[in-house]
Design a protein around this ligand. Structure first.
Ligand SMILES: Cc1ncc(COP(=O)(O)O)c(C=O)c1O
Length: 439
């Protein structure tokens, strides 16, 4: 573990651990009041069908689609929205998104086929390491699809396939920025854009007409401002002929949900060390704060900043279409997790009837989401540990619940779990539960 320049590393660690942290304290009561408005309708579903289940919230999804379209449409010119299928590919979600007028952003042959099956009208295909079968599928559906090429190799492979089939298709190229070194598994360096346009000339079958870049988990607008600025700088270096080919810039997804989640003190480095150390000595770590609220900004702040950057760096000299690929911000309100209290093991601890195979990983050990006892709701949050029914200790649903108490048979809901949970669910020990609709 000791590095050669140990003293230097130790100094950095000490400095890192003692840096001031911006900790947001508070409650996410809005989530609770919103779900309680739907209480009787949800309880009805829970009496009709066996728990656990995913509850598809059509109105919740419709609202998020409408809000995104309105807010981004107000601030960003010539906008095309492609919902990121990976965040939740359930047919109910895809059908509603398509009905709402959005395109789909697919990342694999599987997602592409799902998109087709659910009636997609336009899509963008982005992802590294596309197989021959996936390229062939993209070619087959080329009338509805733009493919974002991930490398020079992919350019050659697609170009050769199209030539053999005597076909042409539209494409973009994915880039990563100089500030994005940890994302460089995706796309080409933005500084290689000019080289890429030159290489593409060998394949007139490929209509290279766009530039794409995506970064996830953007809690501020900086990533988007850098993206627009760096791409604009590089586009200026292209020849007039190459520049004239460009029709769109796709600034990806990565918009965080606002005031929806928190995190536990042990997700901070210092908290993790305290927890590890106390548990090592057989004790339970105690923390002053229950949880902190995650940093995030309202949707409008993203739209305003992106719009401003476009009007500052690009729009005055080049008129382009703008594409984006929002995932979680759209699908998060589309699903809730509904479970039942099976077994009260001791005061303050119960087993629910579903397992965290419903969400695919140990999300709730680190991240806080308000949990509500729909049978016995309260404005007060009590400390209560919910475990799942999988035969593994890594099966926790949460540490707190808005409840007047917990009794066997109570219906527990974890609202707004539509993004990256259903899509990561696995048949581990138990089957992936069914999805029901309520209205
Ligand atoms: C290429 C691409 N676009 C869009 C998204 C959607 O991101 P988010 O759900 O954070 O909006 C992802 C997510 O990983 C992605 O890889």
């Amino acid at each position: 573990m000791l590095t050669k320049n140990y003293q230097h590393s130790k100094k950095l660690v000490d400095k890192y651990l003692s840096r001031p942290l911006k900790l947001r304290r508070g409650r996410l009561f809005g989530v609770v009041t919103d779900i309680l408005k739907k209480r009787s309708a949800i309880l009805k579903v829970s009496h009709k069908y066996p728990t656990p289940f995913y509850l598809f919230d059509r109105r919740g999804l419709q609202t998020s689609i409408k809000e995104f379209k309105t807010v981004f449409g107000q601030h960003i010119p010539r906008l095309n929205i492609f919902y990121a299928v990976k965040s939740n590919p359930h047919p109910y979600v895809l059908k509603e998104v398509i009905k709402g007028g959005l395109g789909l952003d697919v990342s694999s042959g599987r997602e592409l086929q799902l998109a087709i099956k659910n009636g997609v009208k336009k899509m963008i295909f982005t992802g590294p390491g596309k197989t021959d079968a996936e390229l062939a599928l993209a070619i087959k559906h080329r009338q509805k699809l733009i493919i974002n090429l991930d490398s020079f190799t992919e350019l050659r492979r697609l170009g050769q396939m199209l030539r053999r089939q005597k076909k042409t298709m539209r494409a973009g190229v994915r880039v990563y920025l100089s500030s994005q070194s940890n994302w460089n598994k995706f796309g080409i360096a933005v500084s290689d854009l000019s080289k890429f346009f030159s290489a593409a000339k060998k394949y007139p079958e490929i209509k290279l007409e766009g530039i794409q870049c995506h970064m996830s988990w953007n809690k501020t607008v900086t990533a988007y401002e850098n993206l627009i600025k760096e791409i604009a700088t590089q586009v200026k270096t292209l020849s007039a002929e190459d520049r004239a080919q460009i029709k769109f810039i796709d600034f990806g997804g990565g918009f965080e949900t606002y005031n929806q989640e928190g995190y536990f003190p042990w997700t901070l480095t210092s908290g993790e060390i305290i927890k590890e150390a106390t548990e090592h000595f057989g004790q339970t770590a105690q923390f002053k704060d229950k949880y902190y609220l995650s940093e995030s900004i309202p949707l409008k702040d993203y739209a305003v900043a992106i719009g401003r950057a476009i009007f500052k760096y690009l729009d005055p000299w080049i008129k382009l279409n703008y594409y984006c690929e929002p995932g979680r911000i759209i699908s998060n309100p589309a699903m809730h997790l509904v479970l039942k209290v099976m077994d009260i093991k001791r005061p303050g601890m119960a087993i629910l009837d579903g397992g965290t195979n419903m969400i695919g990983y140990e999300l709730f050990e680190y991240f806080y989401y308000p949990t509500v006892n729909l049978t016995r709701p309260s404005k007060k949050e009590i400390a209560y540990r919910f475990y799942g029914s999988l035969c593994t200790p890594y099966d926790l649903f949460g540490y707190y619940c808005y409840a007047r108490g917990i009794k066997e048979g109570d219906i527990i809901i974890i609202p707004n779990q539509g993004a990256y949970t259903y899509t990561l669910a696995q048949n581990f020990i138990k089957d992936i539960p069914a999805t029901y609709i309520f209205s």
